[in-house]
Design a protein around this ligand. Structure first.
Ligand SMILES: C[S@@+](CC[C@H](N)C(=O)[O-])C[C@H]1O[C@@H](n2cnc3c(N)ncnc32)[C@H](O)[C@@H]1O
Length: 233
């Protein structure tokens, strides 16, 4: 049996980090770009479709899916993030269902969702966790799956190791150092694109398209639109 994974981003989103999550980010141009991208993608989500949002965080996309008439299942590991979500969106248990859960081991049945979105998780998790999440998304979602990855490294292993070292040094610096953000203390992982694509293929997912949203700390933030291998586009 696989042991439960431990990484900083699994436990870091509590207390003030959760309470101030939106306040600290909404003003960022990248946040607004992401919001606009999801709004455009969601035009393909028909009324009544079942959408899984994991990790849902404070529920930044709920209004978008609700406006489409979709049923949203919001899952996050952090009760504090979900408390912030509930405060904003008043889930009704029918069109919006909120549940504490782990993206690595979802409790939902095979093909339970028509669409799934996994946004701003992969930079928090090591490669083995990322692959488990992909497998779970492939299992529970029969339609389009969106995975957004911050700071993808396009180069090979040497560039990847260098990026990882730089990030480590940055998280060692005191939080008040110049340029530190309220989340600078949360360890990040850098993934490279060939490795991500290989993981997706091993998880039974094919890449329908990839878009670059913006640069994040000198590396692209990529959005992968995926489908199960063999499913119709
Ligand atoms: C950077 S936030 C992203 C939230 C949201 N998708 C967004 O774009 O604002 C990362 C979230 O991942 C959650 N998280 C970390 N590991 C998780 C896991 N294994 N399963 C579910 N949620 C997880 C954290 O609690 C946190 O809410």
């Amino acid at each position: 049996m696989t042991r439960p994974s431990t990484y900083a981003g699994k436990t870091a989103y509590h207390g003030d980090v959760a309470v101030n999550y939106d306040r600290d980010r909404v003003g960022e141009p990248v946040w607004q770009k992401e919001q606009a991208w999801v709004e455009t993608w969601a035009r393909g989500v028909p009324s009544g479709a079942k959408v899984l949002d994991v990790p849902a965080g404070t529920g930044r996309f709920i209004g978008i899916f609700r406006a489409r008439g979709a049923q949203v299942q919001a899952v996050d590991i952090s009760e504090d993030m979900l408390a912030a979500l509930r405060g904003q969106w008043a889930p009704d248990g029918a069109t919006v269902v909120v549940e504490q859960g782990d993206a690595e081991a979802l409790r939902h049945g095979d093909g339970a969702f028509d669409f799934a979105i996994c946004w701003r998780l992969f930079h928090l998790v090591p490669a083995d966790v990322a692959e488990r999440v992909l497998r779970e998304l492939a299992r529970v979602c029969r339609g389009e799956i969106v995975v957004e990855v911050f700071g993808v490294e396009a180069g090979g292993p040497a560039r990847l190791a260098w990026s990882a070292l730089k990030r480590k040094v940055r998280t060692w610096l005191p939080r008040r150092s110049a340029g530190a953000k309220p989340w600078s203390h949360i360890t990040n992982f850098v993934h490279n694109e060939p490795a991500l694509r290989a993981m997706m293929a091993r998880s039974g997912l094919r890449v329908v398209r990839v878009e670059t949203l913006t640069d994040y700390e000198g590396r692209p933030a990529r959005v992968f639109v995926l489908r199960r291998e063999g499913s119709q586009a």
